[in-house]
Design a protein. Structure first.
Length: 105
């Protein structure tokens, strides 16, 4: 019995527990094809909430990477290179820290 069908990269997730490849002759795939022919629509692979969570985690990682890549500029004795604006870099670091704090991640 089909309760749920969710899209996957190479087929479908049937009833949240069985990956079904798109392979003619596979009994589960044949059942899904009939289910689809009846007008049923499979759920997307990921919910919008999952997509948003991944995007947020990626943005947090970008902020963490920026902080890591600029840490050395604020060590005692670091001398700014020509054209390097440490005030602007520190302001951007503050924005990154605030974003990370507010992200909830």
């Amino acid at each position: 019995m089909i309760n749920t069908v969710k899209l996957q990269e190479s087929g479908y997730l049937l009833n949240n527990n069985m990956s079904v490849p798109k392979a003619d002759g596979n009994s589960e795939y044949e059942a899904i094809k009939l289910w689809l022919a009846e007008g049923n629509i499979p759920e997307p692979q990921y919910t919008q909430l999952q997509i948003d969570a991944v995007a947020l985690a990626e943005e947090v990682q970008v902020s963490l990477s920026y902080l890591a890549s600029t840490d050395h500029k604020f060590l005692v004795g670091y001398k700014a290179k020509e054209g390097e604006d440490l005030v602007a870099i520190e302001a951007a670091r503050d924005v990154a820290r605030e974003f990370i704090r507010n992200s909830g991640v």
